[in-house]
Design a protein around this ligand. Structure first.
Ligand code: NOJ
Length: 528
């Protein structure tokens, strides 16, 4: 079993996590200072969102130089020391590898846009008309009308799958492929453990297709995997591929593409099952999920730095989710919902815990999003998805302990409202309270590590029970766990299969049946 099979991942924005030099922006010195906390929490692997020089029009996913870190995060030395400190603690770290596009401020594009003769012209995708590849959907529907943007200086259009300030790279150019492999090498040489590879399905374009998941894209990923296997054995490649399970499967290849893919279709169904008190959609999506190569693992999550995407549900389901979870139209963005976990749950501890329990007991390695472990809120008045990227709340002191800079100098205002603000929601007070959300989640994370069947065990549903309960077995040769979840706001008594069950989260034993509180959950270990 590889390390990532049973790892707890934690995604963080360095800019938002901890400010080490009090300039109002989180940085590597600050992150280093908080590694004790992450280790205490039980995190095995950090996923650090892009830290490269960037105009920050897409929060760092718009890269203007691939070979350094933005000075707001510190010097290269600070990066190196932080990676070392992470590794010294036995933790792992993956960086974002943004393959698909650059910022329009990247020197390649600045040169390419000037003249058709530029030696970088062919690094991007150009056309005389905006009609090519007409079968391709627009992803950022709230901001972009087309995947083509006009470049005045040369009178041609360039291709972009995301913002128009993010031109797509041209993977038909072998030089681009080689550049991107070199960028991966550059960061791997610092000892990072792998990459979360951004926006994978869109690398190539072909007329008459939707320009997603093309065979050529798989060929390039195979090249990337071959390079890391040969030159950096053991490196993890984790794919951001927001697609249906059948389209996700090929990204594992024959264990020659990614070792991990985010399971995008599972995520919204967890929320849907809870909203409807009906487990059906979760069971269906797992039944539709093909088995994956032995070395592979799913990455599962509840929230991340983007909007809660509803791309992988039907239009009816999307409308249901929007109506249920984003009554205020400002909370909707593209095909999703720009809210954090706790507000989505109306700050209901029972439902926040229940979703975590599902995340930690269903198949896949869980990826947590910074701040959700304390129930941080969001700020709808901030532009785009910035409302879910506000400063981490460490203490009840000024700026939530994130920075000692004057509040107007912070990269974003900290959350200060009575329900979610740092005075009431912060790490320090929750660490001191054994019954806090933070301690409860921490307890679950640590329990999970020792239950081997949760890493790779089989999954068997208890489908004879009422639909409002989501109950299943996980089993491997060492352990057998029964996970019980009551999705409804009403108590229920559930018959237990034959055997004696011990509660993993405390010491009770059960025979025959078990009563569950509204939104209650149990992890029961079979003892005989
Ligand atoms: C995927 C990232 O998760 C998202 O934040 C970004 O906006 C797009 N890629 C485009 O770069």
């Amino acid at each position: 079993m590889a390390w990532y099979h049973n790892a707890i991942f934690y995604e963080l924005y360095p800019r938002a996590f901890m400010d080490g030099n009090n300039d109002g922006y989180g940085d590597f010195v600050g992150l280093r200072d908080k590694l004790d906390y992450l280790q205490w929490l039980g995190v095995d692997c950090l996923w650090i969102t892009p830290v490269f020089p960037s105009p920050l029009r897409d929060d760092g996913y718009d890269i203007s130089s691939f070979y350094s870190i933005d000075k707001m995060y510190g010097m290269m030395e600070d990066f190196i020391l932080t990676i070392k400190a992470i590794k010294d603690r036995g933790m792992k770290v993956v960086l974002d590898l943004v393959l698909n596009h650059t910022s329009d401020q990247h020197p390649w594009f600045m040169d390419a846009r000037k003249s058709k003769d530029s030696s970088f012209r062919d690094y991007y995708v150009w056309s005389d008309t905006p009609d090519k590849y007409a079968d391709t959907r627009v992803i950022f529907v709230d901001t972009e009308e087309s995947n083509w943007a006009y470049a005045e200086m040369t009178g041609q259009y360039y291709w972009h799958r995301f913002y128009s300030h993010q031109p797509d790279l041209n993977y038909d150019n072998p030089k681009v492929q080689e550049e991107m492999l070199n960028i991966a090498r550059f960061w791997l040489n610092f000892g990072v453990d792998g990459f979360r590879v951004d926006a994978v399905p869109y690398l190539f374009e072909r007329e008459g297709t939707n320009c997603e998941n093309l065979p050529e894209t798989h060929d390039f990923i195979k090249k990337l995997r071959k390079m890391v296997d040969e030159e950096y054995p053991g490196i993890l490649l984790l794919a951001e591929v927001n697609q249906w399970a059948k389209d996700l499967l090929p990204y594992f290849g024959d264990d020659d593409e990614f070792q991990m893919c985010f399971h995008f279709p599972v995520m919204p169904r967890l929320y849907m099952a809870l909203a409807k008190a009906d487990r059906t959609s979760v069971i269906e999506i797992f039944k539709d999920t093909p088995s994956i190569p032995k070395n592979a693992q799913w990455a599962t999550f509840l929230r991340n730095h983007d909007e809660l995407t509803l791309e992988m549900v039907t239009p009816e389901e999307r409308n249901f989710m929007w109506d249920f979870y984003s009554k205020d139209m400002r909370q909707r963005m593209n095909l999703g919902i720009r809210r954090r976990l706790a507000p989505l749950m109306n700050n209901d501890r029972r439902r926040i815990e229940l979703l975590h329990s599902l995340l930690l007991t269903l198949p896949g390695a869980p990826v947590l999003y910074y701040g959700d472990e304390i129930g941080m809120g969001d700020n709808i008045s901030l532009f785009d998805r910035n409302g879910v990227r506000t400063p981490m709340q460490w203490t009840s002191a000024e700026n939530g302990g994130f920075s000692r800079a004057p509040v107007e100098n912070l990269y974003a205002p900290p959350i200060m409202d009575p329900d979610y603000g740092f005075s009431s929601v912060n790490v320090e007070s929750q660490q001191a309270d054994p019954s806090s959300l933070l301690n409860t989640i921490r307890n679950m994370l640590h329990k999970r590590k020792n239950i081997t069947c949760l890493a790779e065990g089989t999954l068997t549903w208890l489908e004879e029970l009422p639909v409002s309960v989501l109950c299943f077995w996980r089993e491997d040769k060492n352990s057998k766990l029964l996970a019980l979840h009551n999705l409804a706001d009403a108590p229920i008594t559930v018959p237990l299969p034959a055997g004696t069950f011990g509660n993993v989260l405390n010491t009770d034993t059960y025979l025959g049946e078990i009563s569950m509180q509204p939104y209650g959950y149990y992890w029961l270990k079979l003892q005989n």
